[in-house]
Design a binder for this molecule. Structure first.
Ligand SMILES: Nc1ncnc2c1ncn2[C@@H]1O[C@H](COP(=O)(O)OP(=O)(O)O)[C@@H](O)[C@H]1O
Ligand SMILES: Nc1ccn([C@H]2C[C@H](O)[C@@H](COP(=O)(O)OP(=O)(O)O)O2)c(=O)n1
Length: 239
């Protein structure tokens, strides 16, 4: 989906925001939509996970909010925005797999509820969104994209699914035996409760479309969002 010029040389593509709770299908859906529409992709959760990894690597007390925020500001972070080739490099180390480990998932909410860390990461997320505009735009997934990070997104989606479906999906995704049932429930139920103290992803924001994926396949969700995106695209209003 080509961008369009607003005059003055600024090229504005399109921003699609996909927010929702853990296991609702945000990442896989957003990647699929980005691939289908030729847009870039940003997994903002990976930025919080990368800071968590770095803070642990540096032996920081995660409750020392000032020290963790300083780490976030100093972290050299490289995120792929290619939906088909995702990687995360933190201070020169490829942490793409490491940031998905249970030891990170269990602690990331502590980082994500550090408001100074949020301020720094939202600044970086917005830079990435701006850099993607000349190439046509970007699909951004997380918890606060429509409400905070990119309030001017042309399409805002709140992607939900019932708790049992989210538990089942996350469970099926993780290697057998890699997490206990308690760890899985912690990753979904406890983390949602923690995350919702700093981001409102339980109720659709103004202008957002709510999609309940409980009984939809991944492809069906990608189809729906892709169609909505084409209708919302700035170019769809060209005369
Ligand atoms: N609509 C769906 N139906 C069934 N499985 C899905 C659906 N959407 C995503 N999944 C699968 O559920 C798991 C979690 O999806 P993910 O995109 O990581 O969710 P989130 O980013 O919201 O935590 C993945 O294995 C993904 O392939
Ligand atoms: N924009 C965002 C993205 C993620 N977070 C929080 C929510 C989670 O606890 C962590 C990790 O997010 P991530 O999307 O990787 O988690 P799930 O894949 O949804 O389980 O960061 C946030 O507060 N704001």
């Amino acid at each position: 989906m080509a961008g369009f010029s607003l005059g003055g040389g600024y090229s504005r593509g399109m921003i699609i925001a996909v927010d929702g709770p853990s296991g609702s299908g945000k990442s896989s859906t957003a990647r699929g939509v980005a691939d289908r529409l030729g847009l870039r992709f940003l997994d903002t959760g990976a930025t919080y996970r990368a800071v968590t990894w770095s803070a642990i690597e540096h032996g920081l007390d995660l409750d020392d909010t000032a020290a963790v925020a300083q780490r976030a500001r100093e972290l050299r972070l490289e995120l792929s925005t290619d939906p088909l080739n995702q990687f995360v490099i933190a201070d020169g180390t490829d942490v793409t797999a490491a940031i998905r480990e249970p030891r990170i998932s269990e602690r990331v909410s502590k980082i994500a509820t550090n408001l100074d860390v949020r301020k720094e990461l939202i600044r970086r997320q917005r830079e990435i969104i701006d850099e993607a505009q000349p190439s046509g735009g970007i699909v951004v997934e997380g918890r606060d994209i429509a409400t905070v990070v990119a309030t001017d997104a042309e399409l805002k989606v709140l992607l939900t699914a019932d708790q049992e479906a989210r538990l089942a999906r996350r469970g099926a995704e993780l290697a057998v035996g890699s997490v206990t049932a308690e760890q899985l429930r912690d990753q979904i139920v406890r983390r949602d409760a923690d995350d919702s103290t700093v981001a409102d992803f339980q109720v659709a924001s103004d202008g957002a479309v709510t999609i309940d994926s409980t009984d939809l396949s991944l492809e069906e969700v990608i189809d729906v969002i892709s169609r909505l995106a084409k209708e919302a695209s700035p170019r769809s209003h060209d005369s």
